[in-house]
Write a protein that binds this ligand. Structure first.
Ligand code: WT7
Length: 664
């Protein structure tokens, strides 16, 4: 926690309220605030009984659990831990023999617009066949498998096939570099990689397999026995004999039946790396039972899913949103979902709206950064405005990944939702596994920019640095006071860091989310004010400032010192700003531009293109206290272009502020 509570103040007062219509309330699964309050009261009265009931109703257990929650080794909580299940069976087999078996599970739209549909029955057959292929290559329960795949049906099949045999997957987003892949292979000790030769995005064919080759060539990846390659395009790629095999090769002759392997409820379904306050990403480890319960339950609660819905979550499977609301939740709930390979601006910025019309999407879930960039595009070109598409199929809209500014909320509400669709602004994190603070569409009156209230059973609160509750209206630190089924179980290979990062002693054993928040004085609604640690949110991508700093200073021939901060950006939410001191004289003019580009490319190589700093400013040194601490709050002001009003009397070198402010 680097920022003091006093720095997190509420400046925004929002008076607009949008209650759900009577018709929506009437039809909803959780109907009206009375429905919400009843669930909260049930959780209050008998916390464990509440979760046990929901876990029995929503999850198919191959061996029923008898213990609901084990707190004996807190904060390493265990849920339903003597129960056994299989996640893939809970997403696929459960629908066999029901009318859902012949329902479309996935409507896949490729980058070029080609559409492929697959039913639940067909998906089960393909997952089973792939699971058999993995088994034939010695992949077994407990092994880790790294997945580096484009948004495709095959990406979901790869994840589900791992789950089917009890292997733990670690999906790495395609925007990460070879170096990032290598680090994740080593940390997880993965035995195999599942990838594609290329991915298609915006009409371009981009290499994936070549990046895996580069990662494996960096060394230290001796645990990898095989690389399985989906041939997304006809272009060939390098294949290492013996190690690398195409999907075609490994699937040939494999049966389309494969019994799901039961695992204990606490068995790690997946690891997903995310950024924290240090240079090293954290391998967030999730369970099978509690996680799956959440994926299924929140499809029903937050999206009020119905049998005839066409659900579309635009997130990539490389992020937690693509795990819970693409690969697991919609399938566990028996939904028809859209998966889109491409980008929202190709062939034009009306693509999302055109796809909603074409596939008659009813629930649309995307990120504020996408909304903001599409607002910009629509305002500049009427041809890509949502008004050009028939969006009347929509009934619920969702937002995720960062705070949505009230202006963007209002535009989304009016132009996409036709002033008729509730917007669920879902607050959650890689660590929470699924939604934790969110409106329920048929219950919660909406306030633009607010994620409103915690889900039933989620003990979210706002506290000061000593863990005491603050009054509504006052800013503070967001915590969750009690465990919940889908919470992070540990950091892979680093239980000590797990305890320190998420359950700091001074916070009375509460889960520390890492965000600042404020509750409204009138309704007690939560509004997230942003991270309080050194984590940035750029286009909904979570980036650690320390990671980017480490990447910059690892360019040892050039960089002496670097400090990275965020600044607000209209489209991406936050933008990355780096202040750099070189090992040579401070560059200016053309030379500065050229070195800045060199450094951007270096960061892209070290972490990935998503981590490239937008601004790079060079200085003779950095603003430091006499004890040598970099004063980042001053850098944040400079990055924003603000005049410095803070006290600078403790600065060793006040003149540097002026230099950095002009260095743009
Ligand atoms: C961080 C988690 C949740 C899945 C995608 C991001 C921010 C997320 C909201 C929201 C305000 C939000 C928080 C959080 N965040 N959703 N609705 N309102 N802020 O997952 O990469 O783990 O990032 O995203 O800062 O801590 P993630």
């Amino acid at each position: 926690m680097s920022a003091p509570t006093s720095a997190i103040e509420s400046v925004l007062v929002e008076n607009r309220v949008f209650p759900p219509s009577d018709a929506v309330v009437k039809a909803a699964r959780v109907s009206g605030m009375a429905g919400y309050d009843a669930l909260c009261a049930e959780a209050d009265k008998d916390f464990e009984g509440f979760w046990a009931r929901l876990a029995r109703e929503n999850v198919n257990w191959s061996k029923p659990f008898t213990r609901t929650l084990d707190t004996s080794n807190a904060p390493f909580f265990k849920w339903f831990d003597d129960g056994e299940l299989n996640a893939s069976a809970n997403c696929l087999d459960r629908h066999i023999g029901t009318p859902t078996e012949n329902k479309t599970a996935i409507v896949f739209e490729a980058d070029d617009g080609a559409v492929t549909k697959i039913t639940y029955k067909e998906l089960l057959a393909r997952v089973s066949q792939f699971a058999n292929a993995l088994k034939a290559h010695g992949v077994a329960k407990g092994d880790r498998v790294l997945i580096y795949m484009p948004m495709t049906i095959e990406g979901v099949i790869a994840m589900q096939a791992c789950a089917r045999i009890g292997a733990t997957h670690s999906v790495v987003f395609g925007g990460f570099s070879a170096k990032a892949v290598q680090e994740r292979i080593i940390d997880a000790g993965a035995v195999a990689v599942i990838t594609a030769n290329y991915q298609m995005r915006g009409g371009k064919e981009l290499p994936l397999k070549a990046i895996i080759d580069e990662a494996l060539a960096m060394g230290g990846c001796d645990t990898i026995r095989n690389v399985f390659v989906f041939e997304r395009t006809a272009t060939t790629c390098n294949m290492v004999p013996g190690r690398d095999k195409t999907f075609g090769e490994i699937l040939a002759g494999q049966s389309t039946e494969c019994a799901p392997v039961p695992v204990g409820a606490e068995h790690p379904l997946f690891i997903l790396y995310t950024s924290g306050s240090t240079g090293k990403p954290k391998g967030v480890q999730h369970s099978t039972g509690g996680y799956l319960l959440w994926a299924k339950l929140t499809m029903d609660w937050t999206f009020d899913l119905r049998a005839d819905d066409v659900f579309w979550c635009t997130a990539d499977i490389g992020w937690i949103t693509g795990h819970t609301y693409v690969a697991y939740g919609p399938l566990a709930a028996g939904a028809t979902q859209i998966i889109f390979e491409g980008i929202p601006t190709f062939p034009n910025a009306g693509r999302f709206w055109q796809m909603i019309e074409k596939h008659k999407c009813t629930i649309f879930y995307t990120a504020p950064t996408a909304i903001r960039s599409l607002i910009k595009a629509a305002e500049g070109d009427a041809a890509v405005h949502p008004a050009r598409s028939d969006l009347s199929s929509l009934r619920i809209l969702g937002s995720v990944g960062e705070p949505i500014n009230p202006e963007a909320w209002m535009w989304y509400h009016k132009n996409v939702g036709g002033e008729r669709c509730p917007i669920v602004d879902t607050f959650w994190q890689t660590e929470t596994g699924g939604h934790v603070i969110t409106p329920l569409p048929g219950a919660t009156p909406l306030v633009p920019g607010s994620c409103t209230l915690p889900l039933p059973g989620i003990a979210a609160a706002i506290v000061d640095e000593t863990g005491n509750d603050v009054a509504n209206g006052a800013g503070g630190i967001l915590v969750i006071k009690k465990p919940w089924p889908s919470m992070i179980r540990t950091i892979w290979n680093d239980p000590e860091r797990f305890k320190k990062a998420y359950f700091p002693e001074e916070l009375k054993g509460y889960y520390l989310a890492g965000d600042g928040a404020v509750r409204s004085a009138d309704r007690g609604y939560f509004r997230i004010t942003g991270r309080i640690d050194d984590v940035l949110n750029v286009s909904g991508h979570r980036m650690g400032t320390m990671e980017i700093e480490s990447a910059l200073v690892s360019k040892t021939d050039l960089v002496a010192e670097a400090a990275v901060v965020g600044r607000p950006d209209d489209v991406t939410g936050e933008a990355i700003c780096a202040f750099v001191v070189l090992k040579r004289a401070r560059p200016t003019g053309e030379e500065a531009k050229q070195i800045a580009n060199e450094l951007r490319n270096w960061v892209a190589k070290e972490i990935g293109p998503i981590a490239k700093p937008k601004d790079i400013r060079f200085g003779d040194n950095l603003p430091k206290t006499r004890s040598g601490k970099i004063m980042r709050r001053l850098l944040r002001s400079i990055a924003k272009g603000e005049a410095i009003t803070q006290d600078t009397s403790t600065l060793e070198n006040p003149a540097i502020l002026d230099q950095l402010a002009k260095a743009n």
